[in-house]
Design a protein around this ligand. Structure first.
Ligand code: HEC
Ligand code: HEC
Length: 617
């Protein structure tokens, strides 16, 4: 309970009451920059901002919109006197802290720290981050289960969900574990302990089964009463596997008292199991604590070990955890040494590294975008994802100019998988999908998508000039960021504005019919013209021009030199003898792949681009 109380205290200190000084500072800011248009005389946009006190509980709704407008640089309007980046940031930080830190905890909305503060000047003294608690991510929970019990654990159900919003998914923004999750966690803990204690009784003797732990199986004899020493040993082991540390004397004492209580209620082995599952439900097993050491204003060694393990992988890394326990994780050098060792250790799986690129680029979504299979091409989105993944790993392995390489490399892996050669027992690169003469009649194989006439085992392949460069021109990315029938200019563009240029776009307002006209006689670029209306363009000017160059590809990821649109005349004439329409006839329309980088915050980047290649280069 001590732990829970300390957590509650830490959380309470995050959102504190407003002081009169803060109210005065806020009112001065609003007075300097806002109330001219949002005060007693004028209420532009029907919003009045004088007299706000900073009590977000009472004034929550207004602060929410104010926060968005200031953070995104929308208000004050461009022509007006502007607060500088530091003032803007201070107000945004203050409001979002008052609102429970919510606005700052949405990394899927792109980079919210103003450029000027990020890059404009050297960082001053670094303030320690506010204490926080992170719930384990869904993957880290499965990692926890596998740390605690090797082998299969029947009956374990995922208790947590990933962030369902667009963008970075693996963000444990939910510091709370809600009631349904607690129920699942309790059932899981029982299932895990069942597997740890799996046994059978033959001729009155207890024998462990499968991957059961000997120390626990010893306690499963219904005829025997476990000794204190045995119970203590079991508790210590459970702490070690679940928390990567030993149990303190008071923790052992409390668990043994709990055991005694359960044992009195009946059932020796049952009481042991209940005691063991209590360890698995501890708050420090389910949360990543980053409460820090108040004296030194940094994470404690235990927290550091957990943070580094879970930043790279889904499991606790053993040696860094041991170092933390032994007091050998206190200096920068010691921490750096462990990070380097873990990065070089092929045995410690680091899915979070690739996981980052998956969430950042969003290409793994390709198989989720339903499309009709084209008649003339094998559409294999999962293979496209696999090929992109290989390219990313290849570039990470080289570890030189990673982001630049990812965006501009002319290399690609094409239709590749790895197979073990039965004779040499070595892994070999082979063609992943070979067309089947019957099923794929008339469909060109995957490699033609990349402009190859024939598949080659020499991978990666250098693609022809003026075709594709980098991840944004990989079929997987183009498919993932497209619709069922067409490219998705706006969402591609939004990706570039937010993820690559570090900008923001206000969310699509409710009530706007965000529908591209389904008029197949016109090119998509032409149909998107509707966003040039003033009311739309104030947002869409940050997006559309960045997405238009990708019209160089179709929504299956094919490079194209013309866009096919419906030919009204030919379609009308396309009838059978009885005059029944035979379906649309298409004609190639001239392709325009030009676009514009504007307001990137760096004048060297801004300007028109001819095509997607010029955009990324
Ligand atoms: C020169 C006049 C002017 C100043 C100064 C000004 N605004 Fe505005 N504001 C407007 C106008 C005009 C609108 C309505 C049209 C629009 O949304 O662009 C508006 C709309 C808003 C809205 C509603 C937006 C929405 O989408 O509903 C908010 C919130 C807002 N302003 C906040 C602020 C804040 C905060 C400041 C000071 C940092 C500020 N404004 C300074 C003119 C101004
Ligand atoms: C406050 C900003 C904002 C305004 C104003 C706005 N939009 Fe958008 N619009 C967005 C954002 C953000 C998206 C991307 C949504 C996403 O990521 O799914 C979008 C997407 C779209 C799309 C693409 C939908 C798709 O399925 O690809 C269309 C079409 C669109 N808007 C049309 C309009 C039109 C027409 C107007 C004016 C009447 C308008 N928008 C006004 C922000 C805005």
């Amino acid at each position: 309970m001590k732990l829970v109380a300390s957590i509650a205290l830490a959380l309470a200190s995050l959102a504190s009451a407003v002081t009169p000084g803060e109210t005065a500072a806020l009112q001065k800011f609003l007075g300097d920059f806002c109330t001219k248009c949002h005060g007693p005389d004028k209420q532009k946009g029907d919003i009045r901002l004088d007299g706000l006190t900073g009590d977000v509980e009472k004034e929550g709704e207004r602060w929410g919109v104010v926060l968005d407008q200031i953070r995104d640089g929308e208000m004050p309007p461009k022509k007006e006197k502007q607060p500088d980046a530091a003032q803007r940031n201070a107000v945004v930080t203050w409001i979002s802290m008052q609102m429970g830190g919510h606005a700052q905890r949405r990394p899927n909305q792109g980079n919210l720290v103003p450029h000027e503060l990020l890059f404009g000047r050297p960082a001053g003294a670094v303030a320690p981050p506010a204490p926080r608690l992170w719930r384990l991510s869904p993957d880290a929970y499965l990692g926890f289960v596998s740390d605690v019990q090797k082998g299969r654990v029947p009956g374990v159900v995922q208790p947590f969900t990933a962030n369902p919003e667009r963008g970075i998914k693996d963000y444990a923004k939910l510091a709370v574990i809600d009631e349904p999750s607690v129920e699942v966690l309790a059932r899981n803990a029982a299932a895990i302990v069942e597997a740890q204690c799996a046994h059978e009784i033959v001729d009155g003797k207890v024998r462990g089964k499968n991957d059961a732990r000997r120390e626990f199986v010893e306690l499963m004899d219904p005829a025997a009463t476990p000794t204190r020493a045995q119970l203590e040993k079991a508790v210590q082991l459970q702490f070690r596997v679940a928390l990567a540390r030993g149990a303190e004397a008071d923790e052992v004492a409390r668990l043994l008292a709990f055991y005694d209580k359960c044992a009195k209620a009946g059932g020796g082995p049952g009481a042991v199991k209940t005691m063991l599952s209590a360890v698995l439900l501890r708050a420090d097993a389910m949360f990543r604590q980053e409460l820090g050491d108040p004296a030194r204003q940094q994470l404690t060694p235990r927290e550091t070990a957990a943070a580094i393990s879970l930043a790279l992988g889904n499991n606790r890394e053993q040696k860094i955890s041991e170092a933390a326990e032994k007091g050998a994780l206190t200096t920068r050098e010691q921490v750096a040494g462990h990070v380097r060792r873990i990065l070089d250790d092929p045995k410690f799986k680091k899915p979070r590294v690739l996981g980052f690129f998956r969430e950042y680029f969003g290409y793994p979504n390709a198989p989720e975008v339903f499309k009709d299979k084209p008649k003339d091409l094998m559409h294999e989105p999962q293979q496209a994802v696999n090929d992109t993944e290989r390219l990313i790993l290849f570039i990470l392995e080289k570890d030189r100019d990673v982001l630049r390489e990812l965006l501009t490399t002319p290399l690609a892996f094409v239709n590749v998988t790895t197979k073990q050669n039965k004779q040499t027992r070595l892994d070999e690169v082979v063609r992943a999908i070979t067309p089947n003469a019957q099923n794929n009649k008339g469909q060109s194989p995957l490699e033609t998508l990349y402009g190859l006439e024939e598949w080659t085992a020499e991978q990666p392949v250098t693609l022809a000039k003026d075709t594709r460069l980098g991840i944004l021109m990989q079929p997987s990315w183009l498919i993932a960021w497209s619709g069922n029938f067409d490219n998705d200019i706006v969402r591609r563009a939004r990706f570039i504005r937010e993820r690559l240029l570090g900008g923001t776009v206000p969310d699509l307002p409710i009530g706007v019919a965000a529908q591209v006209p389904d008029d197949r006689h016109r090119t998509l670029r032409d149909r998107m013209q509707l966003t040039r209306a003033e009311a739309c363009w104030k947002c869409h000017q940050r997006m559309d021009d960045l997405g238009l160059p990708f019209e160089n590809f179709d929504h299956y990821g094919r490079l194209r030199s013309a866009e096919l649109v419906e030919d009204a005349g030919a379609t009308a004439a396309n009838v059978d003898k009885k005059g029944k329409p035979l379906g649309p006839v298409e004609r190639p329309a001239k392709l325009d792949t030009t676009g514009l980088i504007a307001a990137s915050g760096d004048a060297r980047l801004d300007g028109p681009v001819r095509d997607p290649r010029e955009l990324v280069l």
